[in-house]
Design a protein around this ligand. Structure first.
Ligand code: NZQ
Ligand code: ZN
Length: 390
């Protein structure tokens, strides 16, 4: 194992009924002014809003509502939330939703306290947070990003056409409430794209050095198998508690830094998807599904031992009489087949992106990962995007 330091400041409450049981005691650690933040209304249809409001009212809280957080949250929306928090002297923020709500709330918690322009200071470049952001708690309603137990927040600057993520430990939520039954109402297509996002996070970490035996890769293999199995079961029966609860915790495990320990990490597929998102507002997990197999066909030979392990240990591919190269390729194709099987798009056109002209500026604007098996160039990224097109 390589050297590492591990800390995770988020307290996670997991399981059926956890919001009812623990929200009040957590919120009572802070003041009376509670800002609840949510997206475009799903929590009003599935009863989560009523449950949360009921608990906060019983505790005598003054509730301020920050609503309409969109998928791929924008910097402008962050500023709107920060102004609301400042005007209402908010003591604690509770984000109720998926990655978009949680990420937006993390940025709001910074912007409500910082004297600086937070895009310039903390997203355009890696900044130093030497102050306490507003306390944040999250109630997760969809499995996917794992944002609940890290300091990561991906924000889109629409003017600059840049979608970028930063992970600041100071932005870790103070607490996260994860009730798997809250995810039952997620539309099937979002459940599947969130499921693929989990798998992608694990692959982005797994497909990087070191290649030598290490605990992080072993846990990653177990997690990937679990995600594949439980995503299939959830598609079969969306109300199956066992599979939905496994997916939800796998989502957290993929992004709570545990499987990142001692790893270099790639995240180039994410860099490409984020810029595609900045130009087209496409769905995150669906974008990753299109990009990942094409990207891995480009790089597998540079990380051959790991791709062979992936084929053998994750997809149980028979090794007999096969060269390492063939095995590795079969592993990538098993991934591509799985993407088709679960009904995710396999081309940019399938994702609704019809304008080939945008591919050049998208490719040009992508960050280059320093942790990938093969350091990409912008020309190679363009080639990958062109191969993704149809
Ligand atoms: O708008 P609402 O009402 O919240 O509806 C959402 C939205 O339409 C809906 N939804 C969520 N829970 C539901 C539900 N609908 C019915 N019932 C429920 N229980 O699902 C839709 C998608 O929600 P969103 O939060 O956008 O999805 P996701 O969790 O996939 O988050 C995507 C965002 O997170 C970023 C992505 O780039 C994207 O901006 N990421 C954040 C990461 C992090 N912070 O660590 C890492 C990821 O790699 C990712 O980049
Ligand atoms: Zn992701």
């Amino acid at each position: 194992m390589n050297n590492f330091i591990f800390e995770n400041a988020t307290k996670a409450y997991f399981g059926k009924g956890c919001v009812k049981e623990y929200l009040a005691s957590e919120v009572n650690k802070y003041g009376n002014n509670v800002m609840i933040a949510y997206g475009r209304g799903s929590i009003k249809k599935n009863g989560i809003y009523d449950e949360v409001i009921g608990i906060l009212t019983d505790e005598g809280k003054n509730v301020i509502e920050f609503t309409g957080i969109m998928p791929n949250p924008t910097y402008e929306k962050v500023l709107e939330g920060a102004a609301l928090a400042i005007d209402n002297h908010v003591d604690v923020i509770i984000g109720i939703g998926g990655g978009s709500v949680m990420d937006c709330c993390k940025a709001v918690s910074l912007a409500a306290v910082s004297k600086e322009d937070i895009w310039d200071s903390f997203w355009a470049k890696k900044g130093v947070i030497d102050f306490e952001p507003l306390p944040l708690g999250v109630i997760v309603t969809v499995a996917g990003t794992g944002s609940e137990m890290n300091g990561g927040a991906v924000i889109t600057n629409e003017k600059l056409k840049i979608k970028t993520g930063r992970d600041y430990p100071k932005c870790n939520p103070k607490f996260a409430l994860l009730d798997p039954e809250y995810t039952y109402s997620v539309p099937k297509s979002q459940m599947i794209s969130g499921g693929f996002d989990i798998l992608s996070h694990i692959m982005e970490i797994y497909f990087s050095e070191p290649n030598e035996d290490n605990v992080s890769d072993d846990i990653s293999e177990a997690l990937m198998k679990s995600v594949i199995r439980n995503l299939r079961a959830s598609i079969e029966n969306p109300n199956d508690y066992v599979s939905r609860s496994n997916l939800l915790w796998a989502s957290t495990m993929a992004e709570n830094r545990i499987i990142k320990l001692g790893k270099k990490m790639d995240f180039e597929a994410h860099q490409i998807e984020h810029q595609l998102g900045a130009f087209t507002d496409c769905n995150h997990g669906q974008g990753l599904a299109v990009i990942s197999p094409v990207y891995y066909r480009h790089i597998y030979m540079y990380g051959l031992p790991k791709f062979v392990r992936f084929a053998k240990n994750v997809w149980d591919i028979n090794v007999e009489g096969k060269t390492e190269d063939k095995l590795a390729r079969e592993g990538v194709e098993a991934l591509a087949d799985f993407i088709k099987e679960i009904g995710l798009p396999t081309t940019l056109k399938g994702l609704g992106i019809m304008d080939k002209e945008i591919l050049k500026p998208v490719a040009k604007s992508c960050n280059i990962s320093m942790g990938s098996y093969k350091k990409m160039t912008h020309e190679e990224i363009l080639q990958i995007l062109e191969e993704c097109f149809e």
